[in-house]
Design a protein around this ligand. Structure first.
Ligand SMILES: Cc1cc2nc3c(=O)[nH]c(=O)nc-3n(C[C@H](O)[C@H](O)[C@H](O)COP(=O)(O)O)c2cc1C
Length: 255
């Protein structure tokens, strides 16, 4: 009887010890890998920005990505209401996290962009040419697709009007359908399109049956109308007066 109890106790003890050892291994590797994950995420972000900047061909490894980014891209911060530059709010400022911070939170109403809050301050990126002049402006954009929010970078010429790239880097759309937003053939269709119509309103559209030479429209993805609508809603919002519209119209980077 007592031998049986001892056996049960030992078994439980071994199970507990194994669980404890495993949880120590898992949690210490999670902590140990956190800085590596953060640096990979930062590198990934720079890679996407360089793609939007049209400079990714200059960088074929981690070191070159850091170098090209440091020499050609400058991160700036905008107060979206005024369109004016502001100082970086804090060392670790993140506009997506700031959307939940009462100091920065702005409610989004009457829009179908798919989120209810955004930050009052947003990042933008100046891309400089070899002479140090601002050649492109890169704007972070996000909005809902079919399944979830889709995150990307919109690159404009320094006229604040001509699109050069729309690079999506995070989404949950379906491979072969909505995920075709990352297909280079579709991405290429954005080059040269215009955002604002002659009356200054946001005119760029994603639709079926785009006529040749239409600079205000890009073909909707086939079998993925809902994702395509999401892209259009995203651009409508972020180029509009509640997004970067004031900044783009002021052309603050020229003053
Ligand atoms: C499993 C599944 C996944 C789908 N994924 C997407 C998607 O990622 N994006 C999208 O717009 N539509 C997706 N659809 C299709 C939509 O339900 C809808 O039919 C489509 O957007 C209509 O596009 P169309 O007018 O070009 O046919 C999916 C449908 C199914 C059954």
């Amino acid at each position: 009887m007592s031998a049986k109890k001892e056996t049960l106790g030992k078994t439980v003890g071994i199970v507990v010890a194994v669980c404890l050892a495993c949880s120590i291994v898992v949690s210490s590797s999670a902590v140990g890998l956190r800085s590596l994950q953060q640096s990979n995420a930062a590198l990934d972000k720079k890679t996407n920005i360089l793609s939007a900047a049209g400079l990714i061909e200059m960088a074929s490894n981690k070191k070159e990505i850091q170098e090209v980014f440091a020499s050609r891209v400058e991160e700036k911060f905008i107060d979206l209401a005024t369109g004016q530059y502001v100082d970086k709010p804090s060392e670790d400022f993140d506009m997506y996290k700031a959307a939940k911070d009462p100091d920065f939170m702005v409610r989004v109403e009457g829009s179908n962009v798919g989120f209810q809050r955004r930050s009052s301050v947003a990042n933008v990126y100046h891309v400089k040419d070899e002479a140090g002049e601002i050649a492109r402006i890169i704007l972070p954009v996000h909005g809902s697709g079919l399944w979830d929010l889709m995150y990307g970078f919109l690159a404009l010429d320094n006229d604040g009007q001509t699109i050069r790239e729309l690079i999506y880097y995070q989404h949950k759309e379906t491979p072969g359908l909505g995920a075709e937003i990352q297909n280079p053939a579709w991405q290429d269709k954005w080059d040269g399109k215009k955002i604002f119509g002659v009356d200054g309103s946001v005119e760029i559209a994603v639709k079926k049956g785009v006529k040749a030479g239409d600079v205000y429209a890009v073909d909707a993805l086939s079998g993925a109308t809902l994702t395509s609508n999401g892209v259009q809603n995203t651009l409508q919002y972020w180029a509009g007066e509640n997004g970067f519209g004031t900044y783009l119209k002021n052309q603050s980077w020229k003053s």
